[in-house]
Design a protein around this ligand. Structure first.
Ligand SMILES: *Cc1c(COP(=O)(O)O)cnc(C)c1O
Length: 411
C-alpha cells in the first residue's frame, strides 16, 4: 500500500511513541517493584502501620472497648459546650477561611483565640497555625539561619527535629534531660563562636512517649547563663498542668522565662491547630517569616471559635475540676509496671516490636485499646505500650485496665 509521506511520517512517530510508552511502562513497573520491596522490608521488621477504622476500635464513645490511646486528656473532644461553640462558629463565620490570613484579612475569631491563648500563657501575644506540626515547621526556620545553633533533647517530637533540619542551623542533639551535656554544648559553642550566633534550646515539657518532665528550672538557668533562647513544646502539658491549664511552665512559674511556648489545640483542647506564644516582636517576626503560616490557608474560623471556648473552659472552674479528675485517674495506675511521673502518659517498655504488638493485641482481646509504639516514633529496641489516661475515663475502667496490665506483667 502506498501512503503519503505525511502519513508515513506520522506512522513512524506513532511507532516511536509506542516504543517510548512501552519503555516507560517497564520503568514504572520497576519503580513499583522498588516500592513493594520497601513495604516488604517494613513488614519484615515488624514496623507495619495501617489505618484501622474507628468502628473496629470501639467507636467514639467507648461503646465497645475501653480506649487508652488518645491525647484527649480532659475529655473535651466530645464536650457538648465545645460542640455547641463549633456549631455557633459555623453559623457566624461559615466553614472555609478561603485564603491565608495575610491575603483575605484576618477573621476576628482567630484574633480572639490568640488573645485568650496569650493570656493563658502569660505572654504579650500568640499566633495560631493549622497544626502543632506546622507551628514548629514555621517557627524554628523563621528564627534561625545557617550560622546559628539548635540544641534539641534526644526524645523531642519529630516535628521539632524536622523543623531544626529545615532551618539549616547546626543541629546538636543532647541525651534526654541531660543537663551536663547541655551545659557542655552551650559552653563549647560560645567558646568557639563567640556571642554572635543565636542558640535555640528545644525541649518538650511532658515527653509524649515517656510521660516524664523536662527539668525546666535548670534549662532556664542554663539558657540565661549562656544567652540562649528556649522553645518548650507543651503539646502534652497544655490543659494538663497549671492552675489555669497553661501547662508545665505555668505550674512552675516559668512563663516569663521562656521565649517560645509552643502548644497544640489537638490534644487536651480537643480540636485541632497549633500555636506559639511569646513576645510581641517575636510574633511579628513569625507573621513575616513563618512560611507554614504565610503560605497556608487559615484554619476554619468556626474551629477558632470553638477553640476559644475550649481554652476558656480549660482555664476556669470546670477545667480545674477535670484536671482533678484526671489526676485521680492517673493515681489509680500508680502501681502498674509502666512508669510515670504523675503525668497521664504511662510507657510500658517491652523492647522488641513483636512483644509490644503482641501485648497490644492481648489487651485488645480483653477489650482495651492501648497502642504499641515502635521505631521510629521511639528509639530502636524500646518498643512499648503507651497508655494514656483521661479525665473522661470511669474509675472502674481504669481499675480494670490496671488488672490487665498486672496480668500482662506477670506472664
Ligand atoms: C502531637 C504533637 C505535636 C504536633 O501537634 P499537632 O497539632 O498534632 O500537629 C507536636 N509536638 C508534640 C510533642 C506532639 O506530641
Amino acid at each position: 500500500m502506498k501512503v503519503s509521506p505525511i502519513l508515513e511520517n506520522a506512522m513512524l512517530m506513532c511507532k516511536g511513541m509506542s516504543g517510548a510508552i512501552a519503555q516507560s511502562a517497564v520503568w514504572s513497573r520497576r519503580r513499583m517493584r522498588g516500592i513493594e520491596e520497601e513495604l516488604e522490608k517494613i513488614r519484615r521488621n515488624g514496623l507495619w502501620r495501617k489505618l484501622t477504622p474507628y468502628r473496629h476500635m470501639g467507636g467514639r464513645h467507648e461503646e465497645v472497648m475501653q480506649q487508652f490511646a488518645s491525647n484527649d486528656y480532659l475529655g473535651l473532644a466530645n464536650h457538648p459546650s465545645i460542640s455547641e461553640a463549633f456549631q455557633e462558629g459555623l453559623s457566624i463565620h461559615g466553614h472555609g477561611a478561603t485564603a491565608s490570613r495575610l491575603i483575605c484579612g484576618t477573621n476576628p475569631a482567630h484574633l480572639l483565640l490568640e488573645e485568650s491563648l496569650a493570656e493563658r500563657k502569660g505572654t504579650a501575644r500568640a499566633l495560631t497555625f493549622s497544626s502543632g506540626y506546622a507551628a514548629a515547621m514555621g517557627t524554628i526556620p523563621a528564627l534561625l539561619s545557617p550560622s546559628d545553633f539548635i540544641l534539641v533533647d534526644k526524645l523531642s517530637h519529630a516535628c521539632l527535629i524536622d523543623a531544626a533540619k529545615l532551618s539549616r542551623a547546626t543541629l546538636r542533639v543532647f541525651p534526654h534531660n541531660h543537663m551536663g551535656k547541655l551545659r557542655k554544648l552551650l559552653e563549647s559553642i560560645r567558646a568557639q563562636h563567640g556571642s554572635k550566633p543565636r542558640i535555640l534550646i528545644v525541649t518538650e515539657s511532658v515527653f509524649s512517649m515517656d510521660g516524664d518532665l523536662a527539668p525546666l528550672h535548670e534549662i532556664v538557668a542554663l539558657k540565661n547563663l549562656h544567652d540562649a533562647w528556649l522553645l518548650v513544646d507543651e503539646a502534652h502539658g497544655f490543659g494538663v498542668f497549671g492552675e489555669q491549664g497553661g501547662g508545665l511552665a505555668e505550674e512552675l512559674g516559668l512563663q516569663q522565662d521562656i521565649e517560645l511556648q509552643m502548644g497544640t489545640l489537638s490534644k487536651a483542647a480537643g480540636l485541632a491547630g497549633g500555636f506559639i506564644a511569646g513576645s510581641s516582636a517575636l510574633i511579628d517576626l513569625l507573621i513575616n517569616r513563618a512560611r507554614s503560616f504565610i503560605y497556608s490557608t487559615a484554619p476554619p474560623p468556626a474551629l477558632a471559635h470553638a477553640a476559644l471556648r475550649s481554652v476558656e473552659l480549660m482555664g476556669g472552674a470546670e477545667g480545674r475540676e477535670l484536671r482533678k479528675r484526671l489526676q485521680k485517674n492517673v493515681s489509680l495506675l500508680r502501681d502498674v509496671p509502666a512508669s510515670s511521673k504523675n503525668t497521664p502518659i504511662f510507657p510500658l517498655i517491652l523492647g522488641s516490636n513483636e512483644s509490644a504488638m503482641e501485648a497490644s493485641s492481648r489487651l485488645a482481646d480483653a477489650g482495651f485499646i492501648v497502642p504499641a509504639i515502635r521505631y521510629p516514633t521511639v528509639p530502636r529496641n524500646t518498643a512499648r505500650l503507651r497508655i494514656s489516661v483521661s479525665a473522661a475515663h470511669q474509675e472502674s475502667s481504669v481499675h480494670a485496665l490496671r488488672d490487665q496490665l498486672k496480668q500482662l506483667a506477670s506472664r
